[in-house]
Design a protein around this ligand. Structure first.
Ligand code: ATP
Ligand code: MG
Length: 140
């Protein structure tokens, strides 16, 4: 399996509780390298574009409001099988169903305020990375 990149967001519930370092430690312990990272405040338009795939879902408005409610940390992670590896490290969307030791089991507050985002496929990773980073901001 070749080295791959995935896109990560530490969501507002995580930055609010000062968990950036604790979550980054779990990411690095899993063998993923943080090759780009910045703390930003998403605009409503950015959040709506980012989660456009969910725009017909009943929780869309709540999700967008949450993602712009505080700062987020956007990241590019690199490693072997990075997309699936990070999904494993994150755990299930609903923290009550997440496996022991995962970021969401350890830190998420609820199915909505679930601390992290990770891309679901290499193709979406490329699109999501390009939404937030230019090439010269990613240093592998
Ligand atoms: P993400 O895309 O953020 O990595 P995911 O892939 O595990 O999460 P998705 O099904 O893509 O889950 O949902 C996107 C996000 O929408 C979830 O992470 C969560 O913040 C929110 N969400 C999903 N389902 C619900 C729900 N039933 N109620 C409230 N919010 C939800
Ligand atoms: Mg998703």
């Amino acid at each position: 399996m070749a080295v791959q990149r995935t896109f990560s967001i530490l969501k507002p519930d995580a930055t609010e509780r000062n968990l950036t370092g604790a979550i980054n430690a779990l990411i690095e312990k899993a063998g993923l390298r943080i090759v780009a990272q910045k703390r930003i405040r998403m605009t409503r338009e950015q959040a709506e574009t980012f989660y456009a795939v969910h725009k017909e879902r009943p929780f869309f408005g709540e999700l967008v409001d949450f993602m712009i409610s505080g700062p987020v940390v956007v990241q590019v992670l690199e490693g072997e099988n990075a997309v699936l590896n990070y999904r494993d490290v994150m755990g299930a969307t609903d923290p009550s169903k997440a496996a022991d030791g995962t970021i969401r089991k350890l830190h998420a507050k609820s199915i909505g305020e679930n601390s992290v985002h990770g891309s679901d496929a290499p193709e979406t990773a490329a699109i999501e990375i390009a939404q937030f980073f230019s090439g010269n901001e990613i240093v592998g």
